[in-house]
Design a protein around this ligand. Structure first.
Ligand code: PSU
Ligand code: MN
Length: 299
């Protein structure tokens, strides 16, 4: 049984021309946002990448094939589907072998992007160490992936539902460069600052691209995590979001495993009257623009 990897015509042409490409994930579509805003956002994010001069490659597994670049009808089918598998490093191979359809998390998207020869990837917020991990042991596979797969991931930090100090500690242990873009602080997804100093600060896409190249020259296996603070006009200040996170955690205490993050995001959407979704959309779009700039410098 061969591994099948399909490129959209646009991505295939870009690869042939060594043109800049930005990978995009699909779990944010299937598990991160409600229909129909999920589809609108996915299309808007792709448009941001194109407007910045790069080609978007939304990644998902459809019928046991990895797709790098999804046709609009395939993207719509994923966005509408219910009960789609959320694939990470642990279950990607099994999904391909069984011929199933699933969306890819940050970890799985990094694996597929590397296979497709794509070095830059934009998402919203990565997974990390959950609050209470000292008893639950719930730590996202996204962190391990950043340590072993050479893709630069542009995010607005780790999702603020997480324990951000512990997430930064684990990233340090794993040797993952954490770069805040034009900021001294590690961003906190819906808020511009987590109040925690970022280990590295870079002020230009060129600098981030140069650091990515240098890791390759050193033969280091992992990627880089870029934290791009949400645009000021779209942020939800930390003081406002924190009580909602505490409430959402209490309300979703029954969720476990892969359901924890989607349950928290869905509850926060309700508690905030939709504000978390608007902020999420704005930050993903901003990340797509920065990722495209980095891809342009790398191409
Ligand atoms: N960014 C968003 N919304 C999301 C995600 C990222 O703005 O829903 C997804 C990513 O696919 C990430 C996943 O890998 O959430 C983390 O899930 P977990 O905590 O179960 O590892
Ligand atoms: Mn988890």
């Amino acid at each position: 049984m061969p591994l099948s990897l399909s490129y959209s015509p646009e991505v295939s042409d870009a690869k042939a021309a060594f043109a800049p490409i930005v990978a995009l994930e699909s779990t944010i579509v299937t598990h991160g946002m409600p229909w129909p805003r999920n589809l609108e956002t996915a299309l808007a994010v792709e448009a941001e990448v194109r407007a910045a001069g790069a080609v978007p490659a939304t990644i998902a597994v459809v019928g046991g094939r990895i797709h790098a670049g999804l046709a609009p009808d395939a993207l719509e089918a994923l966005a509408r589907a219910e009960g789609v598998a959320k694939l990470s490093r642990a279950d990607l191979a099994a999904a391909l072998a069984r011929g199933i359809t699933g969306s890819t998390t940050v970890a799985a998207t990094m694996i597929c992007a590397r296979l497709a020869g794509i070095a830059v990837f934009a998402t919203g917020g990565i997974g990390g160490v959950h609050r209470g991990a000292e008893t639950s042991f719930d730590i996202s596979a996204d962190l391990q992936e950043l340590a072993q797969t050479p893709v630069t991931v542009v995010s607005a930090g780790a999702k603020a539902i997480l324990d951000l100090p512990k997430t930064l500690e684990v990233l340090e242990t794993l040797g993952v460069p954490v770069i805040a873009y034009q900021s001294d602080a590690f961003p906190a997804f819906w808020s511009r600052s987590s109040g925690l100093a970022a280990p590295l600060r870079m002020d230009s896409a060129a600098e981030i691209a140069a650091a990515h190249r240098m890791r390759g020259l050193l033969g280091l296996p992992g990627g880089q995590l870029v934290g791009n603070p949400i645009p000021e006009e779209d942020e939800i200040p930390r003081a406002e979001i924190e009580p909602m996170i505490a409430r959402a955690m209490a309300d979703t205490a029954g969720a476990s495993g892969k359901d924890v993050t989607p349950a928290l995001l869905a509850r926060l959407y309700e508690l905030s009257g939709g504000r978390t979704l608007e902020a999420n959309i704005a930050l993903v779009r901003a990340n797509a623009r920065l990722a495209a700039e980095i891809a342009l410098r790398l191409a």
